[in-house]
Design a protein around this ligand. Structure first.
Ligand SMILES: [Zn+2]
Length: 358
């Protein structure tokens, strides 16, 4: 893999990842862009302890532009996009409208019930291909591997930034999910706090360690592999299963068999096998409903800085689609109480996903 680092017109960083070692990515960004001021704040909810990012400056961001104004397509003489190069394999750049920024400007307060600070961190956009009409499921295994290597490189770099607690690589796919740009891409958030879901999971992992002397994820993966009823597919180094208490109509968790805290700790054999299994899963999702591309969220769970001993790297992939013409909305029960009602049994979901193999 060849990595080339450059700057956009407003000073943001862009990185090109190429399988072709001879690739030259030296096109200058010819736009006139003023740096954007980021006034994000992190507030701690005094009742739940959750951190909430307040990023009011993002209201003016680009929303579903026409294809000929896509900011993620390569630049041409007629149209200068976020990616100056005339072509690329994988490109990563700092989001122009970030929720988190290393120089976020907001006051720090430590009063009782009023804990807040600046939204320091970083938000990046990961473009998987220059092909505007493709999706991740269309990528070759070699390209998916390059994306994995880019995620890994960014995880290492962002984890090393001062104040970053957790690095989150994810993809939203489909307008139903709220995607504002159609071009195939994902995002990375480098959080200055441990996210609420990870905080809850870490508490469970420590409780399991205290009660049993064992690791929660080792036991969880072993139990699912032994049971098999919810396993969707398995390779030599990874297993994908629908979780016992799945929240979403179709939800799959993909774990490496060897517990590691984050992407940087995967070995070569695990990296080599991942693209085939992940592409297989995505293509099964697209075959579920006969409606073409299924909207989904794909979320890498990586251990925060201080939880590397007990937490396990894994990917959670889920769709909000229940049937060909019905979506799962987070309404009163879920949004009001964080208590999910799932209309599809996890065992049935696993069976359907097994049957969706080519
Ligand atoms: Zn595009």
């Amino acid at each position: 893999m060849k990595k080339t680092t450059a700057k956009l017109a407003d000073g943001r960083e862009i990185l090109y990842y190429d399988t072709d070692e001879s690739a030259v990515r030296d096109t200058v960004d010819r736009r006139h862009l003023e740096p954007t001021a980021v006034r994000s704040a992190i507030r701690r909810d005094p009742a739940t302890g959750d951190s909430v990012t307040i990023a009011a400056h993002r209201q003016g961001r680009t929303h579903l532009p026409p294809a000929d104004e896509c900011p993620l397509c390569p630049s041409t003489d007629a149209r200068l996009s976020e990616i100056p190069a005339p072509d690329y394999e994988v490109a990563v750049f700092e989001n122009r409208f970030p929720s988190l920024h290393p120089d976020a400007d907001a006051p720090r307060t430590e009063r009782p019930l009023r804990t807040a600070g600046p939204g320091t961190g970083r938000c990046e956009v990961v473009c998987f291909t220059a092909d505007h009409d493709a999706s991740f499921a269309d990528l070759s295994e070699a390209r998916a591997r390059l994306v994995l290597d880019a995620w890994t490189d960014r995880t290492a770099a962002l984890s090393a930034l001062p104040g970053v607690e957790q690095v989150y690589c994810f993809e939203n796919r489909g307008a139903e999910i709220g995607v504002t740009l159609a071009h195939p891409h994902g995002q990375i958030y480098a959080f200055p706090f441990t996210t609420p879901r990870t905080t809850r999971i870490a508490a469970r992992a420590w409780a399991h360690r205290t009660a049993t002397g064992r690791n929660l994820f080792d036991d969880l993966l072993a139990a699912e592999r032994a049971d098999g009823e919810r396993v969707v597919l398995a390779g030599e180094h990874w297993t994908a299963f629908v979780p016992f208490a799945a929240r979403w109509p179709y939800e799959v968790h993909l774990y490496p068999h060897r517990r590691v805290p984050d992407l940087t700790a995967l070995d070569e054999a695990e990296r080599a096998e991942f693209p085939r299994l992940y592409l297989d899963l995505l293509r099964r999702f697209d075959r579920l409903f006969g409606t073409g591309r299924t909207p989904y969220i794909s979320a890498w769970h990586q251990a925060p800085r201080d939880q590397r001993d007990e937490l396990a790297l894994h990917l959670e992939l889920f769709t909000i689609r229940r049937t060909a013409d019905k979506l799962k909305y987070l309404a009163g029960v879920e949004s009001g109480m964080d208590a999910f009602v799932n209309d599809v049994s996890p065992e049935h979901a696993a069976q359907r996903l097994r049957e969706a193999a080519l």
